[in-house]
Write a protein that binds this ligand. Sequence first.
Ligand code: KG4
Ligand code: ZN
Length: 353
Amino acid sequence: MMRVLGIETTCDETAASVVQLRPSGGGDILSNEVMSQIAEHAAYGGVVPEIAARAHVDVLDHLIKRALDKAGMKLSQLDGIAAAAGPGLVGGVIVGLTAGKALALATRKPFLAVNHLEGHALTARLTDGIAFPYLLLLVSGGHTQLLAVKGVGDYVRLGTTLDDAVGEAFDKVAKMLGLPYPGGPQVEKQALHGDPERFTLPRPMMGRPNADFSLSGLKTAVRIEAERISPLTKTDVADLCASFQAAIVDVLADRIRVALQRFETQLGAPSALVVAGGVAANGAIRRALSRFAGEAGLHLIVPSPVLCTDNGAMIAWAGIERLGLGMIDDLTFAPRPRWPLDGKAELSLNGKA
Ligand code: KG4
Ligand code: ZN
């Protein structure tokens, strides 16, 4: 039975996990250790790359040992070592990638350099064993993409953000309203008792025939409203959060609708609509997606919050998928701060520039 260790250090979580392939499909997570650095970065209102890299160095060895112990596994019992090789903050990526290579070298096990985004993209196969192709909405602090997942290493990007990621927009709105970092959960909490219709905010890109996003105009509109009525009362903050969140929900539903049409034209019906990334923890967004999936007759998969946010299990699982296909990497594999899943999309973008 195939078992792989996965290491994740591309942003502000240090994570290690052991996953085992299940003969009936999907995988069993034998351990999933995550150490968040939120406290280290909170004072700065965002992730500080140097602090992140140092924190990964401090805890990674210990975390890997804990992941092996909790899985009841020795290094010699593993079939491969996987590490996220990007995209992300290069200082952090180097820490995890080097640790993974060193373990692979010492144990003479296959090494798998995993694209962090592929980890997110394949998580629904770990949890639910679903078939290709499916439609993926990836919404985190660093990424906002709609992708057709056709196979391992085979992605078509249907839409992306032209400026801010959805989580980033939540974080920036929180910051301008004086709410602590990370802002997403704070905005959601405020929105619970706010009036989503008090402020008329734009829904950028809605109705456009491509599935791209643009969120900086929405963020600016929130700032203009906040400045207009400043100083803000508690009710003002709650109403701004509710109005902002309602705009995001509308934009997401519209963009997914367009992506689904494009998917169906190119590939036929998807096996599911899969949502991944930290923003998928948002209750209002989850409810809207479930309404949308119901209407479209789509199977909706939203992995549990620990598997939506950054973790080692998704890296281990992507490693298992790649190992099963013989897609083993060399120990000279270099870190990739930028690493789009859909290489072709990147080429055509470069061609335009
Ligand atoms: O996937 P993730 O943990 O880290 C990466 O960005 O890779 O996502 C974190 C992002 C942050 O921007 C955070 O504000 C957002 O996800 N987030 C939320 C919620 N929980 C986390 N956004 C909206 N509502 C939430 N409940
Ligand atoms: Zn991520």
